[in-house]
Design a protein around this ligand. Structure first.
Ligand SMILES: Cc1cc2nc3c(=O)[nH]c(=O)nc-3n(C[C@H](O)[C@H](O)[C@H](O)COP(=O)(O)OP(=O)(O)OC[C@H]3O[C@@H](n4cnc5c(N)ncnc54)[C@H](O)[C@@H]3O)c2cc1C
Length: 410
């Protein structure tokens, strides 16, 4: 088996010391961290993806805007460590915990692989949009291949409808508009991202989108998409378009761990602070709902940086389980992400499981929103052009400071 090639059955190894399912940031950083922590033996990443590990964030930004070709940007510039191999285009269909074996569908048929340690990093997939007629030109955006198909369609399109106003929807709408596609965003939210970030922040995002040339239809549901490409709204309006992008959230790829008997909730694998899911099994990234060492409760996050850091912990702990005297580590970083919407950057750090009050502060050319729970404890911060607040905010959240302290300033 060579790096990056679709394997044939005769090269699928019968066993791996560490087997990792998934080649997203969580899987790749688990492999790196296992090697860096002195984990013994072989590491095998088995992934359904057909391409070598690549970065997803540019897919909705510069690549969709046409500023860069849709081309894989590797997660690890320097390549995977020597002891790590990659099985591309190979879906894991079952895990047998008692036999410490996974079953894979390869191009040559079903094969099983034994493991000593297993990291599950199966991530998530876009939720399908209900009401789409067969043959309608509706795109989803998760993989490099989907990004390629979307960018190709955008290159020949004059108009597009983006359904959904989460981060992917906002980024993609701004990118489509930037390449000259007449873009309409349809969202049931009163303002983009209102559910997550509050209406004040949402109003800023709506202004940016409109400024970028996006028509924002808020408080509106898509009822159906008729083939070849007409969007019907809940008020009966019909919008013909050259392409539709459905960006209505993600669901976790939790079916395989769930069927294997790992504890799951809404498709997420429930793990402890060390990301342990079983005697020899770990879960990381979008797939995991992990107890957070500082927050003191389980959190579900869907961010690139957190998938990297959770993968790092899972990989280290898998190595520690096989290495005498090595100490396991806990997940303790405040979660968060950056989002680039056109030429604007939002930075967000938060536990991410809701807030009671939002406290917006306007600056000369940016803004900050502080989020607090019912007791007035700071649980999140969102900034645009206010890096000091972002840095300070992450520390204050970690220290469980009050929102008053945050509002008093540094
Ligand atoms: C277009 C786009 C832009 C984004 N931009 C940002 C951003 O700017 N900032 C940010 O913080 N986050 C961003 N995100 C979210 C971020 O990419 C995810 O949170 C992150 O990829 C999660 O990493 P993961 O490793 O847990 O899972 P994934 O990246 O989803 O990887 C899961 C892997 O598991 C594989 N897999 C799934 N099922 C199986 C199976 N049964 N057998 C074998 N392999 C399987 C998949 O093929 C894939 O390789 C973006 C996401 C997208 C789609």
């Amino acid at each position: 088996m060579t790096h990056g090639e679709t394997p044939s059955a005769d090269v699928v190894p019968p066993e791996a010391t560490l087997l990792i399912i998934g080649s997203g940031p969580a899987g790749v950083s688990a492999a790196r961290s296992y090697a860096d922590s002195g984990g013994p033996g072989t590491v095998l990443i088995v992934t359904a993806d057909a391409d070598r590990p690549y970065q997803r964030p540019p897919l909705s930004k510069e690549m969709l805007a046409g500023e860069q070709p849709v081309h894989p940007q590797p997660i690890e510039e320097e390549g995977l460590p020597e002891q790590v191999s990659l099985l591309l285009g190979t879906e894991v269909t079952a895990v047998d915990r008692s036999a410490r074996t996974v079953l894979c569908r390869t191009s040559e048929g079903m094969r099983s692989i034994r493991y000593s340690q297993l990291v599950m990093a199966l991530g998530s997939r876009p939720k399908p949009l209900p009401g789409v007629e067969d043959g309608a030109r509706v795109h989803l955006l998760r993989s490099l291949r989907q990004a390629g198909a979307l960018a190709e369609a955008a290159a020949g399109a004059r108009s597009a409808v983006v359904v959904g106003s989460g981060f992917i929807g906002c980024e993609a709408a701004a990118s489509l508009a930037a390449r000259g596609v007449r873009t309409t965003m349809v969202t049931p939210e009163p303002t983009p991202q209102a559910a997550r970030l509050g209406e004040k922040a949402g109003a800023h995002v709506a202004d940016w989108l409109r400024g970028a040339g996006v028509r924002v239809l808020a408080g509106t549901q898509v009822e159906a998409v008729r083939a070849p490409c007409t969007v019907r709204l809940d008020d009966g309006t019909e919008i013909p378009a050259d392409l539709v992008l459905a960006a209505v959230g993600v669901e976790q790829n939790g079916e395989v761990p769930d069927a294997a008997g790992f504890p799951t909730e809404e498709g997420r694998v429930l793990v402890d602070e060390q990301l342990r899911a079983g005697a020899a099994e770990w879960a990381a990234g979008d797939l995991a709902e992990a107890r957070h060492a500082v927050a003191g409760r389980r959190l579900a996050v869907e961010h690139w940086g957190d998938a990297l850091s959770m993968g790092e912990i899972a990989g280290h702990n898998a190595a520690a389980a096989l290495t005498r005297g090595a100490e396991p580590r806990a997940w303790d970083a405040v979660p968060g992400f950056w989002s680039v919407i056109g030429d604007r950057t939002l930075k967000y750090a938060a536990w991410g499981d809701g807030y009671s009050t939002a406290h917006p502060v306007e600056h000369d050319d940016g803004f900050t929103v502080w989020y607090a729970d019912a007791e007035g404890v700071l649980v999140g911060v969102l900034t645009h052009q206010a890096d000091e607040d972002y840095e300070r905010g992450s520390e204050l959240i970690e220290r469980r400071s009050t929102v008053e302290e945050a509002l008093r300033g540094g």
